[in-house]
Design a binder for this molecule. Structure first.
Ligand code: 13P
Length: 249
């Protein structure tokens, strides 16, 4: 049995005081949740504060990105060691917004995963197709390329795969449970080919307009092991409800 993994991706939202307020109110809401791994990925500026507040709780801190070099003259970048130093446990790598707006290629994504893994950080590796690609029937080709290139030479330990169809991100258009299940099953088979038995523990989570209204149905899908939540993770009430999902048919 894979333990569900539900993570908040705050993207470029929340100041220090907003982070502090959210976390101080969120901790008591979820303190009794032991059946789900919970993580929050605030912006870089809030990482250390969030990690301090979440110490000795059941909520982990994740980063939204990382650079692949250890240190040096890379103005504006943050290294894996620096993330570990703040108390981060996971890092999101390959988010479609990074690929789209910051020209991250599969090669860069692979380098970032390699570098982050060296420090023991868990990886939330994002993949997903655009609407154009889906409509052209290329969904599985895109996912195959992203998986094969992104994970080249990578040990799967402590890795979470996030399937985030780009057309569902921030659009209010969630993939239906059937669409999500179809792709998750494809990814699971792909991971099985790559990693054999080791792949059975890998969690494949879904991201793209996840809300309190659709989480229960999504979590019912056989190959869906959790969620990466953007907009609905910015409010305590909605993120709490998502973390406390109930499986329904
Ligand atoms: P939304 O939940 O806002 O669609 O964002 C999803 C996402 O990109 C999480 O990484």
């Amino acid at each position: 049995m894979r333990k569900p993994f539900i993570a908040a991706n705050w993207k470029m939202n929340k100041t220090l005081s907003e982070t502090q307020e959210f976390i101080s109110k969120f901790i008591p809401e979820v303190k009794d949740v032991s059946a789900v791994d919970i993580a929050i990925a605030p912006p870089f500026t809030s990482l250390a504060l969030a990690a301090e507040q979440l110490k000795n709780t059941n909520v982990m801190v994740a980063s939204q990105d990382v650079f692949y070099e250890e240190k040096g003259a890379y103005t504006g970048e943050v290294s894996p060691v620096m993330l570990v130093d703040t108390g981060c446990k996971y890092v999101i790598i390959g988010h479609s917004e990074r690929r789209q707006y910051f020209n991250e290629t599969d090669d860069i994504v692979n380098k970032k995963i390699r570098a982050a893994k060296k420090t023991g950080l868990g990886i939330i590796f994002c993949i997903g197709e655009s609407l154009e690609e889906r409509e052209a029937g290329k969904t599985f080709d895109i996912l195959q390329r992203e998986i094969e290139k992104g994970l080249e030479g990578i040990d799967p330990e402590n890795m979470v795969i996030a399937y985030e169809p780009i057309w569902a991100i921030g659009t209010g258009k969630t993939a239906s449970a059937e669409q999500a299940q179809e792709v998750h099953e494809y990814i699971r088979n792909k991971l099985n080919i790559l990693y054999g038995k080791k792949s059975e523990n890998l969690r494949i989570i879904y991201g793209g307009s996840v809300t309190p209204e659709n989480i229960d149905l999504l979590m019912y899908c056989k190959d869906l092991d959790g969620a990466l939540v953007g907009g609905a993770s910015l409010k305590i009430e909605s993120f709490t409800r998502i973390v406390k999902f109930r499986k329904v048919k």
